[in-house]
Design a binder for this molecule. Sequence first.
Ligand code: HEM
Length: 502
Amino acid sequence: MLSPALSPSTHKRWIEQYGRNVRIQGLHPWDQRLLPLDPTTLHHIMKHTDIYEKPAISRRFISRFIGVGMLSAEGAVHRRQRRVATPAFSVQNLRALVPLVFNLSEQMKDRWLALAAEKAAEGRQEKGMVLDVANWMARATFDVIGLAGFDYHFNAIQHETDELFVAYRDMFEIGLSQSQEARSLLGVVFPFLNKIFPDKRTRVIERQHEVIHRVAAQLIQDKTQRIQEGEVSGVKYEARDLLTLLLRSNAAVDLPSEQRISDEDILNNINTFLFAGSDTTSLALTWTFLLLAKHPEWQKRLRQELLEVDRPADVTEDVAQEVWKQINNLPILDKICRESLRLMAPLHSSLRVATADDILPVSKPFVGPDGKLYDHVTIARGTTVHIPVEGMNLDREYWGDDAWKFNPDRWDNLPEVVAMLPGLYANTLSFSAGPRSCIGQRFSMIEMKTFLYSIVRTFTFAEADERVVKSNVVLVRPYVSGKHQDGSRCPLLVTPYIPEED
Ligand code: HEM
């Protein structure tokens, strides 16, 4: 059920065999779980965040790395954090970040052009260069969230040496390998073990926390001071990064003191944006490049559309805004993003736990295992619920027989039933749904579309010799088939685009 190689057919078989709400066996005999594949049931679960919370084990896993930020907080703490952060993600504030994202996408394009030129200068005959697109996208999205998130230059597109960059990268890598190892899992279930018998990973995490706290605390202190100085002098501190906006929103005079959050919470949320916002967007972009490599006809159509949006060589802030206005409305770019996010959602599934007994609605009555007809499902307090992001995104009954295939044209003529599927974005669960859905969805669209604009105009993509497959390691990541031990990679043949050849 959790393996992307098998899950689409597993979900299909279970729906045929058991209906749309399936009881599954968890880790031990009394760990009975619910897998809802019924949109009406899912709507109810995603909406009632007062009953359906994230399980303690997932919250502990996340908090161990990034503290209690919005991703892992619950109840009043979560509401307070989300309220303070929401203004930072307004359409207006995000638009102010467009030039910065544009700048970085152009920087990456130039870096790749320089690599291609180096290769040509070496006199090598082969046309393209094989780049690990997953690595490059991870570096680029780190740079974006560093600058847009807290005005910090990781400079990862240029090199991977910045102290804070290394601290975050090592910590997240440990998080990934930890998700698979028994001793570390024990540490998540029984956190006191990490205190009494710290393993190597715990020590590395502690060391990285120390770096992150030192650098980030300094940033928070500097910015707080500059905001205060601005208020005294009447010359407002104009930075638009999320940290400044969070500090400003938290200090707003009309915010009651009990709704303010601490500096520690601010830091945890900045960590959360890095954790939740960089890997996800970098995977979304990586999968889109792979899909374009596999579907050259779509790559060509997209490039033609993007080349029609011209711009001067010197990209000023106004030019970046003008280009963004145009690319945000390009139909082919938009449907490729939708299709890629539907088919290759970076999060495969999520978990919730029912904190109270509940009665769940269903879309149509069903015959239970006892042969009786039911118009609802009951759930007992403490039951874990699997939220099938991929399961719903690839459901053939709703999306059509070609639901498992890449077909951006489907967005021109969607089956009517798709409208009943829950989801923040395009009736998919890719960004989740309801009050706990992704706060950064619009931010990631700016990133995806801007990077695709700069890169696809300038380079062509083709599959390299190695076959790339999906693997679910916290997120759905690319691995070279048979070479999982090499870590997540997505090698693609990247060649500077020459118009006459198209
Ligand atoms: C393509 C990119 C992205 C995808 C696919 C994505 C997906 C998601 C999903 C599925 C959730 C719900 C998690 C769950 O229920 O377990 C979520 C939550 C969240 N995302 Fe994103 N995300 C993306 C980009 C971003 C960005 C760029 C940011 C921030 C700058 C961000 C910040 C967050 C935060 C803070 C939450 C927690 C919200 C809450 O619980 O109130 N995400 N995201």
